[in-house]
Design a binder for this molecule. Structure first.
Ligand code: NAD
Ligand code: DAU
Length: 361
């Protein structure tokens, strides 16, 4: 078991990073160290998601800044004596990467490079070697592998074949992480995860966008023929896997995390409609009628599926929450948190979603 004391979480004001910080403070057995959240608060970041934790004070610290800004990153390593990095920060939405790829290269490639190089510098010993009692964990995606046919699943040995500017930028960051391990001896672990869903997810992604559109009486956009397949995982199952890797994962290794829970988008939407109708007091027939097929995403990957046997067999992780139960918890959360939703549906996001979704339906 690794001993973790001062963890730098990047992108902790976003969906998965925020859930991870909440988990560390409330559920991570045996962890009593400090957590520093470095986040640039882009359209997808919301400091309010963690305001209750911030108000408690003590072990959680928020630092506003860009992961590509070397002086900021170096100062944080020094100030908090960072021994562990858990790197979530990214531009994360495929559609946005098609509309504006530059931000993805800056944050996902240059940002990851800056963090790696600052870690290498800070963790350097006087004899030119690097400390080995530290860890840089990189969060990546199944999308780096490209698209599957009707059968099979990605394994850790599958060759990279990214198809969108988003997945290409994540693939580049994965390669840099492994290069820093092999070339400089930086202690790293890497995880590739499938589609997450759950509380605090920004409503540009399929599940929260659909829930909110149902609650607001708006159309439900389905890309192409609606038969693209994704492998869905509840966010807390992802986080427990990351926590397991931080404690027990072998340095220099990558691990797959997934739901092993494949759904065609249109089938998923039908289940989500039934749950949201029941919980929100809405007419399911009317919701089904609001499904609107729209122009497909360019280069839309057909199917993803993850083989998770390595993390299961080696580290003893497994998925805990069933899909229906996870969706119910998610719908409950969005129904209970209109204030959070109102808070993020302003500013840059509002302008973007109006331009890209509502006008084209
Ligand atoms: P998100 O878009 O909800 O949050 C990203 C966070 O990063 C935001 O708080 C944002 O402000 C911050 N950020 C962006 N650019 C930054 C910069 N230059 N400097 C500092 N902070 C910056 O993303 P998410 O869905 O929580 O994804 C987190 C990570 O998990 C990403 O690396 C993503 O590629 C990966 N991932 C996501 C999923 C998924 O289904 N959401 C699945 C697999 C992997
Ligand atoms: O697979 C992991 C990836 O999952 C992560 O790396 C990404 O950060 C995350 O955004 C997610 O990518 P996807 O592109 O799969 O997620 P998204 O929610 O955008 O879309 C899921 C599927 O639903 C995809 O096939 C496109 C489709 N879709 C999406 C939206 C937003 C629709 O049909 N309609 C929509 O309105």
């Amino acid at each position: 078991m690794r001993s973790l004391q001062n963890i730098l979480v990047t992108g902790g004001a976003g969906f998965i990073g925020g859930n991870f910080i909440r988990f560390l403070l409330e559920k991570a057995a045996g962890f009593s160290g400090r957590i520093v959240n470095l986040d640039a608060l882009t359209y997808a970041g919301n400091r309010k998601s963690l305001e209750d934790l911030e108000a408690r004070g003590g072990r959680y610290f928020f630092e506003y800044g860009d992961i590509s800004d070397r002086p900021t990153v170096e100062a944080i390593f020094e100030k908090y004596r960072i021994d562990t990095v858990v790197h979530f920060a990214a531009e994360s939405h495929v559609d946005r990467s098609i509309l504006g790829p530059e931000a993805f290269v800056k944050t996902n490639v240059m940002g990851t490079f800056t963090l790696l190089d600052a870690a290498r510098n800070y963790w350097g010993e006087s004899d030119g070697t690097l400390r080995q009692d530290v860890l840089f964990h990189h969060i990546s995606t199944d999308e780096v592998y490209g698209s599957l046919g009707e059968t099979g699943a990605f394994t850790e040995a599958t060759a990279y074949d990214p198809r969108s500017p988003y997945s290409a930028s994540k693939a580049a960051s994965d390669h840099l992480v492994m290069a820093y391990h092999h070339t400089y001896g930086l202690p790293v672990t890497l995880s590739n995860c499938s589609n997450n869903y759950g509380p605090y997810q920004f409503p540009e992604k399929l599940i929260p966008l659909s829930i909110l559109n149902m609650l607001e009486g708006k159309p439900l956009p389905v890309y192409g023929d609606g038969r693209n397949i994704r492998d869905w995982l509840y966010v807390e199952d992802h986080i427990r896997a990351v926590w397991t890797i931080l404690q027990k994962g072998r340095t220099g290794e990558k691990y797959h995390i997934g739901g092993e829970n494949e759904w065609e988008n249109i089938q998923l939407l039908r289940v989500l409609i039934d749950i949201t109708a029941k919980k929100g007091g809405l007419d399911p027939e009317k919701l089904r009628g609001s499904i609107t097929y729209v122009t497909d995403r360019p280069g839309h990957d057909r199917r993803y599926a993850m083989d998770c046997s390595k993390i299961k067999e080696e580290l003893g992780w497994k998925q805990e929450l069933g899909f229906e139960e996870g969706l119910e918890k998610t719908v409950d959360w969005y129904l209970a948190n209109p204030g959070w939703i109102a808070g993020i549906r302003t500013g840059e996001y509002r302008k973007w979603i109006e331009k890209n979704y509502e006008k084209r339906i």
